[in-house]
Design a protein around this ligand. Structure first.
Ligand code: PAF
Length: 306
């Protein structure tokens, strides 16, 4: 089936309701998957979309470059807009509806006076260099989660006990994922959050809409991020000391790479793990987070440990 592109909330609601009714006897009846994106889509997004398509009767992908989460007008203006290619990628993945609203449709009264605040966790890591970023991201995610919420008309029994509503986020943006989970839990949003593993190019670089801004030489240097994470992964798997200092030195030795942080954190709370990260054998579970500027591009990546 070909994808339907809608730009208004009214059309989104009407189309989602019509498709849920039409697919009432399909696989996973009465279930809707939402894939929030800002467009400039790549294979990482395609994986989110395919996962949602496999688990739901109807899948909506939103494509909205959210001004609230950009601190700087240049960064917002420079963010790639590739809507035709986005629609083609989503259609190939089997998505039913692409919701591509204007800024006025999403924020009809201008910038919202009331916003979601990300709290302490929103000020760490990415939040430290992008103040207000996570407040803006959570505010738009909360709106999108409300707008995508299906009115399925089917009981849980008719849905064979399946959750009616799921939203899909990439593990690559680990801090965003943790904050969305926290928001959904703290504010009782009726949606299941599904994390989809990071997709990497064959050379190991995590896929990102920002990779297109790397020169060939910068891209080569950027590979040190995934190499560093792989090293930590191997040490953790061998229950060896992580010796983060030596990994930081490796990253700093790559030309043009300006390391911002490399932290080993609790996978749920993202609090820094004080123990077992340097000289003692690694045990338990953790997440290694890395962020660096490579040339003009800020890159992030992460890997589960243990
Ligand atoms: O991860 C993104 O692309 C954005 O932060 C999101 C979740 C679509 C909100 O604008």
């Amino acid at each position: 089936m070909s994808i339907t592109v809608v730009s208004t909330i009214a059309d989104l609601k009407a189309m989602a309701a019509a498709l849920l009714a039409e697919k009432a006897h399909s696989r996973n009846p009465g279930t809707l998957g939402l894939v929030p994106t800002m467009g400039a889509l790549h294979q990482g997004h395609a994986e989110l979309a395919r996962t949602a398509v496999a688990e739901n009767a109807v899948v909506v992908a939103s494509v909205f470059v959210n001004p609230l989460q950009f601190g700087d007008a240049t960064d917002l203006a420079r963010y790639p807009r590739t809507s035709e290619a986005d629609a083609a990628l989503l259609e190939a993945a089997g998505v039913d509806i692409m919701f591509a609203p204007s800024v006025e449709e999403m924020y009809p009264d201008g910038e919202p006076g009331i916003r979601v605040t990300a709290g302490k966790l929103g000020e760490l890591y990415e939040g430290a260099s992008r103040p207000g970023h996570f407040d803006g991201a959570l505010t738009v995610v909360s709106k999108l989660l409300h707008l995508g919420r299906p009115d399925t008309g089917l009981s849980a029994a008719d849905r064979a006990g399946r959750p009616a509503y799921r939203a899909y986020f990439g593990q690559k943006d680990a801090q965003q994922l943790a904050l969305v989970r926290r928001m959904v839990a703290d504010l009782n949003f009726p949606v299941d959050i599904v994390a989809v593993p990071t997709v990497r190019d064959t050379d190991g670089l995590a896929m990102s809409s920002r990779n297109r801004f790397l020169s060939a030489r910068e891209r080569e240097s950027a590979l040190v991020l995934s190499r560093a994470l792989r090293l930590l992964e191997q040490r953790a798997a061998a229950h060896a000391p992580l010796d983060i200092a030596s990994v930081e030195a490796l990253v700093r030795s790559a030309p043009g790479v300006d390391l911002d942080y490399l932290e080993v954190v609790d996978p749920q709370t993202l609090a820094v793990r004080a123990e077992n990260c340097q000289d003692t054998p690694f045990t338990g579970q953790a997440l290694a987070l890395i962020a660096a500027k490579v040339g003009p591009v800020r890159l992030i990546d992460n890997v589960p440990l243990g």
